[in-house]
Design a protein around this ligand. Structure first.
Ligand code: NDP
Length: 296
């Protein structure tokens, strides 16, 4: 079998276009412009690239973008004061503090100071609790993107066996909660899981969020399964820098029914879902109906 390739780039472009259409309608009918604030502390090169991309994508869909770049030695008090001022700013509907923060800053405290209704990353403890109890919340962007692609590919997910490899707070756990919310039978695997390959071979849906280049080979895949590769790993091969996932693409694609590539799979969906979350936050803040198909 040769797997269908799930084109995350095209899917993300479609999500962004839907967001842009909603934003235009909000302006036209209610004179409201959703606003997204991104806070970057320090000069981590990867974070700078992400923040630049987020800014450009926000403008592209017609939202207001508020960028706050702070020096690496910013005090916790100053950062907390900025977050509180963004919480109080009615033009700002979404707030994202780019992680990782410099070591002297308490990330948990900063994230939990964001107004949960503006927490477009879905990392605030209230949103974690709401998602865990099946209530309306802001959902972390990467798992939300995976869920959208899975719903699109399968239609209903109820009753399917899903295995999520990885139990991080930003990917693995929320991914598992979302799949459970769609009535999958969910297994969460991690570094202590025994006979991981056998566990994975039970999956109709296999989500890899491990952070280990090409670890899950075709031997981990049930014939016909859908494989979602969240991994982003920079490796060197034949003297060249290369981006690979947590799944060994060639061997997995030979067994799977559908698969997301790296790059061009889950990655582009993350920023698209950030924009979708900012739009959702804006609609909720104004008591307007949420955009259909762009939330969990
Ligand atoms: P973490 O390092 O926080 O978590 C990795 C998880 O994988 C842990 O739960 C760990 O288990 C598990 N794990 C590690 N080694 C093994 C192993 N040998 N067998 C089974 N499980 C193992 O990573 P993240 O969740 O933050 O990210 C995962 C991947 O997704 C990374 O490649 C990251 O770059 C990528 N990513 C991509 C995004 C995107 O936009 N596409 C966004 C965020 C992340 P244990 O808990 O037992 O240690």
């Amino acid at each position: 079998m040769t797997a269908k390739v799930i084109d995350g780039k095209a899917f993300a472009a479609n999500v962004r276009a839907q967001v842009a259409a909603h934003v235009a309608k909000l302006k036209e009918t209610h004179n409201i412009q959703p606003g997204l604030a991104v806070v970057l502390v320090g000069e981590d090169p990867a974070s700078q690239v992400y923040v630049r991309n987020k800014h450009a994508s926000t403008i592209e869909v017609g939202m207001a973008s508020f960028e706050h770049r702070l020096p690496v030695d910013t005090s916790e008090a100053d950062l907390l004061a900025l977050v509180k001022s963004l919480n109080a700013d009615p033009k700002v509907h979404g707030i994202l503090v780019q992680l990782p923060l410099p070591a002297h800053l308490n990330s948990e405290l900063i994230i939990n100071t964001i107004d949960p209704a503006k927490d477009v990353d879905g990392f605030h403890i209230s949103n974690v609790g709401l998602l865990g109890t099946g209530q309306k919340s802001m959902v972390p962007c990467t798992p939300l993107g995976c869920l959208m692609m899975l719903r699109d590919h399968h239609g209903k997910l109820a009753g399917l066996n899903a295995v999520v490899v990885g139990r991080s707070n930003i990917v693995g756990k929320p991914m598992a909660q979302l799949l459970l919310g769609d009535s999958c039978t969910v297994t969460i695997a991690h570094s202590r899981t025994k006979d991981l390959a056998a566990v994975c071979r039970g999956a109709d849906i296999l989500v890899a969020a491990v952070g280990r280049p090409e670890m899950l080979t075709g031997d981990y895949v049930k014939p016909g399964a859908t494989v979602i590769d969240v991994g982003i790993n920079r490796i060197e091969r034949d003297g060249k820098a290369k981006l690979v996932g947590d799944v060994h693409y060639e061997s997995a694609a030979a067994v799977a029914g559908a698969i997301t590539p790296v790059p061009g799979g889950v990655g582009p969906m993350t920023i698209a879902c950030l924009l979708a979350n900012a739009l959702t936050a804006c609609c909720r803040a104004n008591g307007l109906p949420e955009p259909e198909g762009l939330t969990a």
